[in-house]
Design a protein around this ligand. Sequence first.
Ligand SMILES: CC(C)(COP(=O)(O)OP(=O)(O)OC[C@H]1O[C@@H](n2cnc3c(N)ncnc32)[C@H](O)[C@@H]1OP(=O)(O)O)[C@@H](O)C(=O)NCCC(=O)NCCS
Length: 441
Amino acid sequence: MGIIKDRFRAKSEIVSAEIKDLLKEHGSKKIGEVQLSQIYTGMRGITGLVTETSLLDAQDGIRFRGYSIPELRQKLPKAPDGSEPLPEGLFYLMLVGDLPTEEDVQHVTSVWQRRSHVPNHVFATIEALPVNTHPMTQFVVAIMALQTESQFAKQYAQGLSKKDYWEAVFDDAMDLIARLPRVAAYIYRRKYKKGEHIQPNGLLDWAGNFAHMLGYENEEFKELMRLYMTIHADHEGGNVSAHATHLVGSALSDPYLCLAAGMNGLAGPLHGLANQEVIKWIFEMRDELKTEIPTKEQITEYVKKTLNEGRVVPGYGHAVLRQTDPRFIAQMEFGKRHTPKDPLVQTVWNIYEAVPPVLQSLGKIKNPWPNVDAHSGALLVHFGLEEYEYYTVLFGVSRALGVLASLCWDRALGYPIERPKSVTTKLVKRWLKGEDEIWGD
Ligand SMILES: CC(C)(COP(=O)(O)OP(=O)(O)OC[C@H]1O[C@@H](n2cnc3c(N)ncnc32)[C@H](O)[C@@H]1OP(=O)(O)O)[C@@H](O)C(=O)NCCC(=O)NCCS
């Protein structure tokens, strides 16, 4: 058995025993109250899930196993001559719970290289789709085509013992993560580069090799991919992609089915698709104003126009965060170091100054600050990756790290099928009149 699997087994056995004790002693302790409004507003603020890999604080932003993004950029191992973290290290941290050594990270890289073979039928399945199919649709279809490789599905059909579920899920998670860059790069080259595909380079790290297969050999772009793949990986458990993956997994659907579900959620414009919407919105603004760098005053007027049209300002606002997203700041720092004079990057920074006061003035938006999606596109465009419809696929490859690490934990801890109670408005009305005391069974 591999060392990562051994370490995960040891860690998850300890946590499993702790949870058992915790529930035995405190299982009936109340952890909050639910207001009627919350069940009509996306369950906002209701604590209803346990996710071990990361925790989101409204003010401080995301922490992965307790480490903030600035801390991770400092502490996680890097590529030779690189200064951004290797996403392999973040995956190890989320899965095992400890910071990895350089050796641990090299081990993850080599395991993923070994497992990265994509069977031909997956490429044939992608090829069956019209080339103008949205890249996220192609990505989800490819994940579904890969499902023939699921160890969990095969072993479950043969009668897998409950105590061994996690092991097959672990194997599927590692295989899937190893294969995603190849599949994602294939979709990119197919749709935008006349189907001229690039073979993997077995000497590169996971994100560096992804950049290479996309066709970008610039070392700074490889660094951007390492940073991008790290900061998009996880955002605790309640966001749509994480929650969908977890929910589908609770039915014991295999990791391929679960990830496809999560990716379908990521493809929504209020979630992961916002990164393409941001660049589209900026390009439209530049076209309309006939200038490459709109002034802050021009941006302010354009934002007001967007709002008057009943549209959202993409890249701004968040369901939980109440401050500038540290993932935005990490990208801004990258931009200050590598692309300070780029007009599009400068526009993103001008938008950062112009948008919050306008959103604040509306009085209804809980968070007027930028989220991760407000910045990412401008950096990608700088290096030549201008095909913004593809951006959510990049997000998806990264998000797989977090949601699949969590899925391993879900099965190792033996979480049951998820089934919250729902009610009808008719029942709510009866209950409010005192005609019905119980919320159904
Ligand atoms: C992320 C988002 C979906 C969170 O939604 P939420 O938790 O319901 O946000 P709020 O509670 O602040 O919403 C209150 C109101 O402000 C509006 N609002 C929130 N963010 C807005 C934005 N960026 N532009 C315009 N209006 C916005 C909401 O649509 C809602 O309006 P309504 O009451 O008329 O329906 C929302 O901020 C949004 O749509 N942002 C733009 C898309 C985006 O960047 N998504 C990526 C998220 S990581």
